[in-house]
Design a protein around this ligand. Structure first.
Ligand SMILES: CC(C)(COP(=O)(O)OP(=O)(O)OC[C@H]1O[C@@H](n2cnc3c(N)ncnc32)[C@H](O)[C@@H]1OP(=O)(O)O)[C@@H](O)C(=O)NCCC(=O)NCCS
Length: 223
């Protein structure tokens, strides 16, 4: 079953997860793409990336949207067209989301749809993330953990920083020097984050979860 999961993260935020088991042709034939998207797919170097992109269009369809409802701003952040939201509301589904965040990694893709600005990230567990940890996080947060949990936590922290970056969509944010995660345990499946950037301090609430050997993270602006 390619649509693996739909889960409410809160009253107005849903995550949709696709497990990519299809061939490129199967995915390609099952989605309608606007010209700009077709050009993007054609220019992608790896089939894995192409399948990630196409599977996101399948998720959009499951959620009642299409590729035509999506556009990207100059930095690459995806947005839903206002008309798409109105269309959903008129159809009385009343689930027209204002915001979308997208992530794909190897065999999975996710979209998060919400009434509020969100950032989502999906990361496969790989040793390289732990090796690079000193470059992007406070490694004292990995103390007293087993080697396996160190890898998982470093991956969660990387996902946290990508997610906050996706909410803010601002050039110049340093993962190591500007984004600070609170102390947390893996079993908490949540934590909070401070972004200290451009002489401002902003707070974010994080939820995270695990899908097979992947980490899923979603960031919300704290109220
Ligand atoms: C853009 C970025 C967040 C993408 O993350 P990634 O883990 O490589 O890839 P993901 O699959 O998780 O996310 C890709 C999706 O993010 C979305 N995205 C791209 N740019 C974005 C932005 N500026 N804001 C929000 N979302 C963005 C897109 O939807 C994209 O998928 P699509 O183009 O197929 O629709 C990442 O490449 C990036 O630039 N990170 C910041 C880099 C950085 O500062 N690193 C410092 C390390 S110390």
């Amino acid at each position: 079953m390619p649509l693996l999961k739909v889960k409410d993260l809160n009253a107005t935020t849903q995550v949709w997860v696709w497990e990519i088991t299809e061939t490129f042709d199967e995915l390609f034939q099952s989605v309608a793409l606007k010209d700009v998207s077709l050009a993007r797919v054609e220019n992608m170097k790896s089939e894995g990336h192409q399948k990630g992109f196409l599977s996101v269009r399948r998720l959009l369809m499951e959620a009642g949207y299409t590729d035509f409802d999506l556009y990207y701003d100059e930095f690459g952040k995806p947005h839903l067209r206002e008309e798409a939201r109105s269309k959903k509301q008129e159809s009385r589904e009343n689930t027209g989301a204002k915001h979308i965040s997208i992530s794909h990694s190897h065999d999975f893709s996710v979209i998060v749809l919400s009434d509020v600005n969100i950032g989502a990230d999906l990361e496969i567990l790989k040793d390289k993330t732990l090796k690079l940890a000193p470059r992007f996080m406070d490694v004292s947060h990995l103390a007293n953990l087993t080697a396996e949990d160190q890898l998982i936590k470093a991956t969660v922290v990387w996902g946290i920083k990508e997610s906050v970056f996706k909410i803010k969509n601002e050039i110049g944010i340093s993962f190591k020097d500007d984004i600070f995660e609170s102390e947390f345990n893996l079993s908490d499946k949540k934590c909070s984050v401070e972004l200290r950037f451009n002489n401002k301090v902003e707070h974010f609430d994080i939820v995270f979860d695990f899908i097979k050997n992947y980490v899923f993270v979603c960031a919300f602006e704290a109220s």
